[in-house]
Design a protein around this ligand. Structure first.
Ligand code: ADP
Ligand code: MG
Ligand code: MG
Length: 954
């Protein structure tokens, strides 16, 4: 049992453990702070009772009793049973009615109530205490036999379902056939006689189902119902729900036993539910629904159409006025929007539940800011009321809620990048680029790869069949702020035939699909979407004045910045993304992946030339250098031979070296322009640029494609001049082929073998910085060497970069403040962080690769088993989405500590996907890192998460 569980008991002041808490007559043993012990519902009922709000009296059996129930093998210990009997007697005295009394029966509701609201737990039982005798007593007492028998049949239905385990449909069928016989359209049209007959038939069915009579003893009914509530904690669906939502199995549920009030007592009675403000917009307008002459879940069950709460003002004016007054008071008391349930019995209002209302992101933002303005909340408290993920909804377009109901849900994948989009299906990036200019398209692929970037950019949304939350498609789409549903396993893509099958539907190219990247849903057809107001302001389509949502967003963000310590940067590769990031509050770039610049149309040919010649150029250079060295030491007699050898080597290597260097020379100005754009967009904030990282084969055409091109040539002319280049490319593709490219020739390994590439990139960076500095603008590049496993790797790459920096600064006579650091993404580098720090000005944890390598899970392939790992509880969550604190987190902690011990003041950040995950951010705050970096559209989420993490520590 956890400590927190016992705490409230002590708070209540009792040394002896109390298991049953009474509420009635304006007083309660419990209060709102005792959620863990009394459950949310019990704590709320107690609080309302003490506040003088009309609530039917009753008692709550604690969650602690629930645990003792299970410890005792599914029986409530005798001591607790005695405590309960005493409380029941107290309730009976208070009301002057007794459970099971045939003349004046007390009727009860039995309600479950866990500390955390849990759909999937037991349903409520109403009207408990009715039997063949008490129903007549109730009829006499109320002079309303129809009401009494309506209550009885409801009780039989509920009790049979949740306690006796008789499938709901069986008794429901009896009700339906009774209505048919009586030609009654609705339940309320059944009269006393119908209901008497119905009760008798239901009782017969129950006997047939369970082989005994429906329990007639009211006290037995109560203890059976109570035990069923406790047992419902352990049903399969409840356990499953807890697993999915990370709720501890040890919490247990409370049981609330409460006197009934009746909303089905005739034309001045009603039952309803509501919210103190609109939970989808946050608008401060009373919002709710009710039904006259109804009970319990009738309102939400959809048997009858409920009325909007406004018309209650006419139908039940006094109760309505009181409801407004009470719920207003509850909202002020809890200082949060309430979701409430009530019943009106013959004109008298009773509150049955109140709790914090669930809300959309837009509503959360509005409510928090409005409540600060109303003086209900402090700014700090407002930050605690908005979940970081709520902001996501504020930034992305959404599917219109009304429109989506008219469309078929085809499948569900992973909610890889939030937002909404609709468009015509296309199967290739070329098609997306071609058509994306004029129309809306959805790019549908098995999985995307770096050469799909242009297509992804042109599409409205991306849908993939395989790949997880950190697959290429997911990461890139999030970076672009573009809606993406990934890992949608129901898709069968036939790219050749241009057909997409989902279940039994076949969609051709051009068919319309709509995606909800926040839920992973894929809908058929063109569902209307609306753009985020915040984004419309940031892109200049609205002025801030016209955009109240934007104004609230900006205010909340400003409050975040007042309290957070962690800096927030963005991962951005191109000026456009950098500008968006900056406008969303990024304080720098934490990761610029230079390779993304290589894929643009005007560069890729040079990149390919560079790669095709890299190895030969290197071999030739090594060879030449060796001969030169030999020559320097050779005795005179050997020199002529060596000289001839040197001439030959130079001649042989000339073409490769020329082409290789030539390609780099072509790339230099292009990269320089890219970097200048980034520096300008980031306005002097630090810009971390990573040197080339991916395996080279990613830049080359696919093998199959080359073979196809060769085949096409073969059939036409023999001596086609394109053939040699194709053959060379193919040979190079084969040469570069690796079984494990992610563990292969990539990262700093590229720059170590081909230092010319690192030098070209460094030159582009420093020349761009110098251009900016010459204009009198601040600039602050940080060069980051990827995939270090040993300090020597970093030392050598650092020396290359520094040499270029010195040369450029001297030549251009400009001083540029810069730093050189490394990514910590290989576990060995983390373990040896103190050594690595000797050569680093900063560390940036590349948590994607670090997670991949620490677990030994391939990011791109783990979709086959990782979901199952999480589902079956081997891992608590996907470690690529939220940091594995126990493993990877500890590695980070130790590396940060060791790095700073060896170099005090070492700047440390995070640039993996985890930099935008609130739970991971809380950990980074605790670890004392300096900044996190995430995709541009996550920046506000990270600012809020960092603020909340700082508040949680204070
Ligand atoms: P849930 O946890 O599903 O909300 P509740 O325990 O709140 O279940 O009960 C559902 C509904 O049953 C309530 O909204 C209310 O209409 C009805 N109900 C519960 N207790 C009582 C009661 N004491 N008197 C009248 N109706 C009740
Ligand atoms: Mg309820
Ligand atoms: Mg990496």
């Amino acid at each position: 049992m956890s400590r927190a569980m016992v705490e409230p008991d002590r708070a209540a002041g009792g040394a002896a453990r109390k298991s049953v808490y009474f509420f009635g007559d304006g007083r309660a043993d419990g209060n709102a702070r005792m959620r863990d012990l009394l459950g949310g519902k019990g704590a709320g009922l107690a609080e309302m009772m003490s506040a003088g709000i009309p609530v039917p009296p009753g008692y709550t059996i604690t969650t602690e009793a629930c645990r003792r129930f299970f410890d005792a093998g599914g029986r409530l210990p005798a001591g607790i049973v005695r405590e309960e009997e005493a409380m029941l007697a107290r309730l009976e005295r208070l009301l002057g009615r007794r459970l099971g009394d045939p003349e004046n029966p007390l009727l009860l509701s039995v309600r479950s109530g866990a500390p955390i609201s849990m759909p999937g737990m037991m349903d409520t039982i109403l009207n408990l205490g009715l039997n063949d005798l008490t129903v007549e007593g109730l009829a006499r007492k109320t002079r309303n036999a129809r009401f009494a028998f309506d209550s009885y049949r409801r009780f039989i239905q509920m009790f049979s379902d949740v306690v006796l385990g008789i499938p709901r449909g069986i008794l429901e069928r009896e009700l339906t056939s009774e209505k048919r016989r009586a030609k009654a359209a609705e339940d309320v049209d059944l009269n006393e006689e119908h209901l008497r007959g119905l009760v008798a038939r239901m009782r017969r069915v129950v006997r047939e189902e369970i082989g005994r009579d429906f329990p007639q003893d009211a006290r037995a009914q109560l203890s059976e119902a109570r035990d069923a509530v406790f047992r419902s904690w352990d049903t399969e669906r409840a356990v499953h729900y807890r697993r999915l939502n990370g709720i501890a199995d040890t919490l247990g549920t409370a049981v609330n036993v409460q006197a009934m009030v009746f909303g089905n007592l005739g034309s001045t009675s009603a039952t309803g539910v509501g919210f103190t403000r609109d939970p989808s917009t946050g608008e401060p307008s009373f919002y709710g629904e009710y039904l006259m002459n109804a009970q319990g879940e009738d309102v939400v069950a959809g048997i009858r159409t409920p009325h909007a709460i406004e018309s209650m003002e006419r139908e039940l004016p006094e109760a309505y006025a009181q409801l407004r007054e009470i719920t207003g008071r509850l909202e002020r008391h809890y200082r949060d929007v309430q979701d409430f349930e009530f019943t009106v019995e013959e004109g008298r209002l009773f509150m049955l539940q109140t709790r914090r209302a669930a809300r959309t992101g837009i509503a959360a933002l509005r409510i928090a800011v409005d409540m600060v303005d109303e003086g209900l909340l402090s700014k700090r408290e407002a930050l605690e009321r908005v979940e970081p993920d709520h902001l996501d909804q504020v930034l992305h377009p959404v599917l219109d809620p009304a429109a989506r109901k008219r469309h078929v849900l085809l499948a569900k994948g992973l909610p890889a990048s939030p937002g909404a989009s609709a468009g015509a299906v296309v199967f290739t990036s070329e098609e997306a680029v071609r058509r994306g200019q004029k129309e809306r398209v959805i790019l549908v692929r098995a999985e995307t790869s770096p050469d799909d970037i242009a297509g992804m950019d042109a599409a409205q949304g991306i849908l993939t069949a395989t790949g997880g939350m950190t697959s290429h498609a997911a990461v890139v789409a999030r970076g672009m702020g573009k809606c993406c549903v990934a890992g949608c396993t129901a898709l069968r893509i036939d790219e050749a035939k241009r057909i997409l099958r989902i279940g039994n539907r076949t969609l051709r190219e051009d068919a319309f699909l709509s995606l909800d990247g926040s839920t992973g849903e894929v809908l058929e057809g063109d569902v209307a979407t609306s753009d985020s107001e915040v984004v419309r302001v940031l892109t200049g389509k609205l002025t801030p004045k016209q955009a109240p949502l934007y104004q609230r967003f900006e205010r909340l963000m400003a409050w975040c910045d007042e309290v957070r310590r962690l800096r927030v940067r963005a991962n951005a590769d191109i000026p456009r993304d950098a500008k968006i990031a900056r406008s969303l509050g990024a304080e720098g770039i934490g990761l610029c992946r230079t390779e993304h610049m290589f894929f643009a149309e005007d560069r890729i040919p040079h990149v390919v030339t560079m790669i095709l010649n890299a190895k030969e150029a290197r071999d030739a250079r090594l060879q030449i250098r060796r001969i030169e060295e030999d020559l320097a030491q050779a005795p005179r007699s050997e020199r002529p031979g060596l000289k001839a050898e040197l001439t030959r080597a130079r001649a042989e290597g000339r073409a490769a070296i020329r082409d290789f260097d030539g390609a780099l020379k072509k790339l230099l100005p292009l990269q320089r322009a890219d970097f200048r754009g980034l520096f300008l967009a980031m306005e002097g904030t630090p810009v971390t640029i990573r040197t080339l990282d991916p395996p080279l084969h990613e830049f080359l055409p696919k093998r199959e494609q080359l073979l196809a091109e060769m085949a096409a040539l073969g059939r036409s002319r023999k001596g086609d001049p394109r053939r040699p280049r194709l053959e060379r490319t193919l040979a190079r593709v084969d040469e570069l082929h690796e079984l494990n490219p992610m563990l292969g020739f990539r990262g700093c390994r590229l720059g170590l073998l081909h230092p010319e590439i690192t030098r070209m990139q460094a030159r582009a960076i420093f020349e761009a910085a110098a251009q900016v500095a010459k204009r009198g603008l601040p600039v602050h590049p940080e060069i980051m060497i990827p995939l270090i496993g040993d300090k020597e790797e970093l030392r050598r790459q650092r020396a290359e970069v520094e040499a270029v920096a010195r040369e450029v600064m001297a030549r251009l006579k400009t001083a540029i403040p810069y730093t050189i650091g490394t990514m910590i993404e290989i576990p060995r580098a983390a373990v040896l962080a103190d050594e690595v720090a000797e050569h680093a000005d900063f560390f940036s944890f590349g948590t994607n690769d670090l997670t991949q390598m620490t677990f030994g899970f391939s990011r791109d392939d783990c979709g086959r088993f990782l979901p199952d790992y999480v589902e079956s509880g081997i891992l608590p969550h996907d470690p690529f989405v939220s940091l594995d604190i126990r493993g990877v987190g500890v590695l980070i902690q130790r590396a940060a500590f060791a790095g700073r011990r060896s170099k005090p003041g070492l700047k440390i950040g995070v640039c993996g996907e985890h930099g935008g995950d609130p739970a991971s951010i809380a950990f980074f705050e605790q670890t004392g890192l300096d900044y996190v970096s995430c995709s541009p559209f996550r920046v506000p989420v990270a600012r809020l998460a960092a603020a909340r993490a700082a508040l949680a520590r204070a």
